[in-house]
Design a protein around this ligand. Structure first.
Ligand SMILES: Cc1cc2nc3c(=O)[nH]c(=O)nc-3n(C[C@H](O)[C@H](O)[C@H](O)COP(=O)(O)OP(=O)(O)OC[C@H]3O[C@@H](n4cnc5c(N)ncnc54)[C@H](O)[C@@H]3O)c2cc1C
Length: 495
């Protein structure tokens, strides 16, 4: 929808075709016991991406959506050692870290935050906002500054050098999971995600799915036609260029340009036809990013002061990622993230003893398309997740009637050809981010947008990719292809 809005803003005639009956994709509301619960993204960062997108189309993002900037980023808990809050205010975070882990760690945190900010500043222009750069091009552009983003060290080893408290290493290592990567394999560059969060997190009134509705309204305001329940089964190519989208029911919609927002693997797996298959190589199963159990439920809770965002850490982080990525299994002692959706950032709840709406996210192997995808194992992992919460002091009274888990196999069904991987190719090497497909393909008229392509996953990044795809399309429409060589060369004027 970000590509659609940007293109409609430039006067193009745009139709959005969405297979589901709601727009938003992973940003979806799951019906649970008479309520809708956000079952996908819950942490909204990089608001500027949407501010700019709306500005460029003559709209105001602030006037289109109701947002509250959170003071408290997240509450973090380990067994019974109390909890650590992080804030957008660096001084408050440093004070909280000082009280929790000692004053030296507060100093280390300040240095870490400064380094993460500097990495972000180095990469925002040349990587995030640019058409897909190659590793060589980036190295030439950044020169020695390229080394300051630490592509050749892992996030975990870098954090081990910075912090001595293992809880802080785990807390900041977890940021790699925002791109579906293991902190033990991801480059230290991903510490810039910590900066993105420290830079601001917003809570959307009505839930994150309201962001999808806001995008829909903006698109329609600009004249975009949105068709839901419209599954594209083929991208038709004629004379070497895109000519139409063919729907599952046989309907043909002629198009000069198609921006494909399904996971790029679906293209490479041939789900849009053989002709366009060559545009993208599918991601091998061993290179996929994390899947998850997205457990939406309404439940009474007790014993722990939940915030809007709370994280309960498992005891053995190396085992957690070893299980998920190397053995294709669920973690033995999972880390559990909870978004308590009826709470404001600091945790106040309108009615204390009501059942509250929650999403729990638990790391899971991206094998939802294989015979190893095991529901029994998933249920056992959910049990262990509840035990993890108990160990941290939180009791959740689960009512089976008000509990809807979505696991790797479900995500694979919703987002075909992914195996349930939620973030495209895992960022597990210095070159992995350069291996994501470009927004422009080799097939004239076919472009890509979304979390599986450049610049990467997450709501704002997927939106950025839509804007980048739109910019490439406008460039290509405006460019005048060189005419063929003729007999007379050299600029002689001819009739
Ligand atoms: C549990 C969970 C938690 C997350 N947490 C966060 C978070 O806190 N913050 C954050 O920023 N990000 C988070 N993410 C990641 C974020 O949701 C994604 O990176 C982002 O939403 C991806 O958007 P997208 O447009 O690339 O893809 P999608 O949301 O997957 O959209 C693709 C769309 O294409 C449609 N489609 C696919 N094939 C076809 C077809 N053949 N015909 C028609 N339509 C088709 C799909 O139905 C879907 O609507 C989370 C994801 C999950 C699942």
């Amino acid at each position: 929808m970000s590509a659609a809005l940007a293109l409609a803003g430039k006067g193009l005639q745009v139709t959005v075709l969405e297979a589901q009956d709601q727009v938003g994709g992973k940003m979806r509301g799951v019906p649970v016991d008479g309520s809708l619960i956000d079952g996908g993204p819950t942490v909204f960062t990089m608001k500027w991406v949407f501010d700019e997108l709306f500005d460029e189309t003559g709209l105001s993002f602030d006037d289109s959506i109701s947002l509250t900037k959170a003071d408290l980023l997240a509450r973090h808990a380990w067994d019974e050692s109390g909890h650590l809050d992080l804030f957008t205010d660096i001084d408050r975070s440093a004070a909280a870290i000082g009280a929790f882990c000692g004053v030296d760690e507060a100093v280390n945190f300040r240095e870490f935050a400064a380094e993460a900010a500097s990495m972000y500043a180095t990469l925002e222009g040349p990587f995030l906002k640019s058409s897909k750069p190659g590793m060589l091009g980036m190295s030439l552009k950044l020169g020695l500054r390229g080394l300051t983003v630490k592509p050749f060290s892992t996030l975990w080893s870098t954090l081990e050098k910075r912090f001595s408290d293992p809880r802080l290493i785990q807390l900041f290592g977890r940021y790699s999971t925002y791109t579906g990567a293991s902190p033990f394999l991801a480059p230290a560059t991903l510490m810039l995600i910590a900066h993105v969060e420290l830079d601001g997190v917003w809570i959307v009134k009505g839930g994150m799915r309201e962001l999808a509705q806001t995008m829909r309204r903006a698109c329609e305001h600009k004249g975009v036609t949105i068709k839901t329940g419209a599954t594209v089964s083929k991208v038709e190519v004629k004379n070497g260029a895109v000519s139409a989208a063919i729907l599952g029911n046989g309907e043909r919609l002629a198009a000069d340009v198609i921006v494909l927002n399904a996971d790029a693997s679906a293209l490479g797996e041939g789900l849009f036809g053989e002709t366009v298959r060559r545009a993208v190589a599918p991601v091998p199963a061993s290179k996929r990013s994390l899947s998850a159990i997205g457990w939406t439920l309404k439940a009474k809770t007790a014993g722990f002061p939940l915030a809007h965002h709370s994280v309960f850490f498992g005891r053995d982080y190396p085992e957690e990622f070893e299980a998920v990525f190397r053995r294709g299994r669920y973690p033995h002692d999972p880390t559990v993230y909870i978004c308590a959706q009826d709470r404001v950032d600091t945790g106040d709840l309108a009615e204390i003893d009501m059942k509250e709406r929650m999403l729990m996210v638990i790391n899971a192997p991206p094998n939802g398309d294989s015979s190893d995808a095991n529901t029994k194992e998933m249920e056992q992992c959910m049990e262990r997740s509840l035990a993890r919460l108990e160990a941290c002091g939180l009791h959740v009274d689960v009512d089976q009637q008000a509990s809807v888990p979505t696991g790797p196999a479900d995500f694979n069904r919703l987002f075909p050809a992914t195996g349930g991987a939620l973030y495209g190719r895992a960022n597990h090497s210095p070159t992995a981010s350069f291996q994501r497909p470009d927004n422009r393909t080799s097939i004239p008229g076919l472009y890509l947008a979304g979390g599986s392509v450049h610049p990467g996953p997450g709501v704002p990044m997927a939106a950025l990719s839509g804007r980048l795809a739109a910019a490439r399309i406008m460039d290509d429409l405006a460019s005048t292809r060189p005419s063929r060589r003729t007999v007379t060369v050299g600029g002689m004027s001819t009739a």
